[in-house]
Design a protein around this ligand. Structure first.
Ligand code: NAG
Ligand code: NAG
Ligand code: NAG
Ligand code: NAG
Ligand code: NAG
Ligand code: NAG
Ligand code: NAG
Length: 781
């Protein structure tokens, strides 16, 4: 196949010189093909040809076109089929019924000229392909009436006719610009919102509306003018004094891909070495003309346009930006760094590169005057919406993203400061976004408490019997915790009168700290701790104080006064997951999925990422709180040691939360972080089904736990039963299955078969696939 193709191609290359016949008249039934002669019909002089022309970038694709036959690149002046290409098996036919037709390999018509009944056709020396009727050679159809992007000498454009720029140098379909002689007599250049046909405002015109002008004429000596009804003319452009009248040049006027309408000349006496020279063009400055409040300007967003000598738009990217598509540079530029996030702040990770004589005049976000240069850049640095600061003569303009209508040139009297990220690894920014940065000291100014700096030594040595945190200076890591007096907390909670929860540790009360603005708090009063636990209190509090994650409830401070042990947390406004999940109007599926992921991320942090591994030991919906944004926050972590849960594996120790406990609690084996994974799995099923582990609907005959039920449904391929009446979840079948599989993998009896929480997060996100052990019987038993 490929060798046949090469042979054909070689044949084609040879045939280019031999084949095309200089027939003046083309007769009915004559056919052209891309590779087998004849491939084209020539004009009598051989200057022009109509036929198949391979695409430069892909010689297996062919245009059916009129082209300059003798100039080196066989410059195309007209295309059939809207500039779309066909393959080597296509055919062009002057049909028996007098029409012009382009057909594919099977003979199906791809395009036709829209007329029938022509008696003859001819490729004329003007470059016009004409279909004529028999009666007195009346013209039925001609390419001169249906221009694509080029007008030739001798051609006129009538009212309402348009010529379109091609899309790129090697893509001949209609592009972004149009030359149009409007019905009102105005000749305009108009940008189009590619790929639609929507027309923006004209960026150039002859300003001849209402003049009665009805034709644009390109005469044989290279003058392009509009002709008034009374016979006078108005020149569009001309190339005087070059002797075009002698016929020494090929001429064409083309609407180019950059929106400029140019007159080109090619010297006939140096066909092999010559090139098309630009002799005249409008508009005179495309960069300036193509200003639009809508759209991006001549060169696309985030780029700037510099005018070259041929009136060409030389599109460039600012430093730290690169072309979206190097083959279509007018599409604009993209930043090579991650833009400043308004969430992260992170202005320290940005700096500026200065360039001169560049401006984006229509992208103003703000203007300051008077303002110095340093203040100008500083202001832009702190503004997450500002991508460039422009400065000139005490005036500062902040430019917003994306930048539009950029222009460069010696007349642009501006300095541009291009903001860019100095972070070489953008991934680190993303990670930063996931976790909270260690907040600044929550000091006495805020809460009116005395801040205790948690010294590093407390954790490195982990001394169990410290009586109190030393109020010393020292290597401060992490945040400060407030040390409250009992009186302060008594006042904040109005004498511990509003109870908001009760747990294994004691009671939780609502309170307010008299800070500015007021801080709402939850005060946990620890009760009935053992003597040992009291001793460990400070250490545990310090450990907890060092944790910072968006899915953990934050510890703000504590109080240790005699037997009074209290912990102060930020108040979670939306209560517990327990309340949210099991009420009649269940939360939406997407919200549930988000909560499930949040909890997993919080647990993964406790297990793997914080300084000292923290095993929660009591994961259940009651211990998941919801903040203002309904983001899940794990509470009561780090307290397990105080309760000595690991030493009291008796029914009393685990009463109330039995459904969430991993089997190893009841065996004489070591307790690891995998107990949390088990509890998480149970809770994940509850989140999926909005059903308590030990609750069964009246219709359910078998009194299954949610685990048993989920395994049953999974085994039978009926996951839809788990989310009955939850259309949203059912529609999201892939994710539903993923979540159920994750949950099942978490609740396996053997701790080592359960995934780590880090893996769970990845599986939930779909970053890795969920692996259930090969032996399904064992998990489904
Ligand atoms: C070409 O066709 C036209 C009109 O059909 C006819 O007048 C002319 O004589 C033909 N020329 C030749 C060379 O056949
Ligand atoms: C020209 O561009 C159009 C639109 O992007 C595309 O569909 C077509 O395939 C391109 N043609 C060629 C020959 O690349
Ligand atoms: C073409 O138009 C120009 C300007 O109107 C005129 O000077 C010139 O004589 C015209 N040439 C021909 C061949 O009509
Ligand atoms: C022809 O008409 C145009 C526009 O109406 C006018 O400007 C011009 O002077 C007229 N020329 C002559 C010779 O009357
Ligand atoms: C022919 O095309 C090639 C590649 O597109 C270009 O480099 C060259 O300048 C063209 N030659 C002429 C005479 O336009
Ligand atoms: C920003 O760049 C300038 C010039 O390259 C350099 O002197 C300065 O230290 C940089 N600032 C930061 C914060 O990186
Ligand atoms: C700078 O701006 C001031 C007032 O805005 C103006 O008077 C002065 O001429 C400007 N200087 C230059 C060099 O443009």
């Amino acid at each position: 196949m490929s060798s046949l193709f090469l042979r054909l191609l070689l044949f084609f290359l040879l045939s280019n010189f031999l084949s095309a016949q200089a027939d003046t008249n083309i007769t009915l039934g004559e056919t052209l093909t891309p590779l087998t002669p004849p491939t084209s019909w020539l004009s009598p002089s051989g200057d022009f040809a109509f036929g198949f022309r391979p695409l430069e970038s892909d010689p297996t694709q062919f245009l059916l076109a009129v082209f300059f036959n003798k100039v080196p690149n066989q410059t195309v002046v007209w295309t059939a089929n809207g500039g779309k290409t066909t393959n080597y098996q296509s055919k062009a036919v002057f049909t028996q019924d007098g029409g012009l037709s382009l057909r594919d390999h099977a003979g199906n018509e791809i395009w036709n000229a829209g007329v029938n009944g022509a008696a003859s056709a001819a490729m004329l020396d003007t470059g016009n392909l004409v279909l004529s009727s028999s009666s007195n050679s009346g013209t039925l159809w001609q390419t001169f009436d249906n221009p694509t992007d080029t007008i030739l000498p001798g051609q006129t454009l009538n009212q309402g006719t348009s010529a379109y720029a091609k899309l790129t140098d090697d893509n001949y379909t209609q592009g972004r610009f149009m030359l149009k002689l409007q019905d009102d007599g105005n000749l305009v250049l108009v940008p189009r919102a590619y790929p639609s046909a929507f027309e923006y405002e004209a960026y150039w015109s002859t300003e001849t509306s209402g003049s009665g002008i009805n034709t644009l004429v390109f005469n044989s000596t290279g003058s392009l003018y509009l002709s008034y009804p009374n016979g006078s003319v108005s020149s569009v452009f001309s190339a005087p004094g070059l002797g075009y009248s002698g016929g020494g040049y090929y001429l064409r006027a083309t609407v180019d891909t950059d929106g400029v309408f140019r007159l080109y000349a090619f010297p006939k006496n140096s066909l092999s070495t010559g090139r098309w020279g630009v002799k005249a063009f409008v508009p005179s400055d495309i960069c300036e003309s193509l200003f639009e409040s809508r759209g991006s300007g001549a060169c696309g967003f985030n780029s700037f346009c510099v005018l070259d000598a041929d009136g060409r738009a030389d599109c460039r990217c600012p430093p730290h930006y690169s072309f979206l598509d190097p083959d279509r540079i007018y599409k604009g530029c993209k930043a090579d760094f991650i833009s400043q996030s308004c969430d992260l702040g992170g202005e320290t990770a940005f700096n500026f590169t200065e360039i001169t004589n560049v401006d984006w005049p229509l992208a103003d976000a703000e203007e300051f005057s008077p303002m110095g240069e340093a203040d100008c850049t500083d202001n832009c640095l702190k503004d997450c919406f500002c991508s460039v600061a422009i400065y000139n003569n005490e005036t500062c303009w902040k430019k917003k993203f994306p930048l539009s209508n950029g222009r460069g040139g010696s007349d642009v009297n501006r300095k541009a400061f291009i903001k860019f990220s100095t972070v070489s690894d953008p991934a680190s920014l993303i990670k930063e976004k996931k976790e909270w940065k260690t907040p600044i000291l929550v000091g006495s100014l805020v809460f009116g408490c005395s801040a205790v700096l948690v010294p590093l030594i407390a954790f490195v040595m982990h001394k169990r019997n410290m009586r109190a945190l030393p109020r010393t200076s020292g290597a401060v890591i992490g945040p400060a915790l407030c040390s409250f007096t009992y009186k302060e907390l008594e006042r904040a909670t109005k004498g511990f009168n509003e109870e908001i929860g009760k747990g294994a540790f004691g009671t939780v009360y609502k309170g307010v700290l008299p800070s500015q603005p007021a801080t709402h708090i939850a005060v946990k009063k620890l009760e009935s701790l053992s003597q040992d636990a009291e001793k460990d209190f400070t250490n545990e509090v310090a450990t907890i104080g060092l944790t910072y994650h968006k899915n953990l409830v934050r510890l703000l401070g504590f109080c240790k006064e005699g037997t009074h042990l209290l912990m102060v947390f930020e108040l979670m406004s939306n209560g517990s997951l327990n309340r949210l999940l099991f009420r009649s109007d269940r939360p939406e599926w997407n919200q549930r999925v988000k909560i499930a992921l949040g909890i997993a991320e919080g647990l993964a942090y406790l297990h793997d990422e914080c300084r000292t591994q923290i095993i929660h030991c009591d994961i259940k919906p009651q211990n998941i709180l919801l903040d203002d944004n309904f983001e899940a926050r794990i509470s009561d972590f780090g307290l397990a040691k105080l309760l000595r849960l690991d030493q009291t594996r008796t029914s009393t120790g685990i009463r109330g939360t039995i459904g969430y406990f991993a089997p190893e609690w009841f065996k004489n084996v070591a307790i690891t972080a995998k107990v949390d994974v088990y509890s998480y799995g149970v809770m994940l099923l509850e989140i999926i089904c909005c059903r308590r582990n030990f609750e069964w609907g009246p219709e359910s005959q078998e009194k299954l736990t949610v685990i048993g039920w989920a395994k049953e449904c999974y085994k039978n391929g009926r996951l839809d039963l788990l989310v009955a009446e939850d259309e949203e979840a059912k529609k999201d079948g892939t994710r539903l299955e993923r979540l159920v599989m994750v949950a099942i993998s978490c609740v396996q009896d053997e701790p080592w078969l359960r995934p780590s929480m880090k893996k769970v997060v990845q599986m939930l996100e779909g970053a890795i696939s969920v692996s259930l052990p090969p032996n399904m019987c064992s998990i489904l038993s």
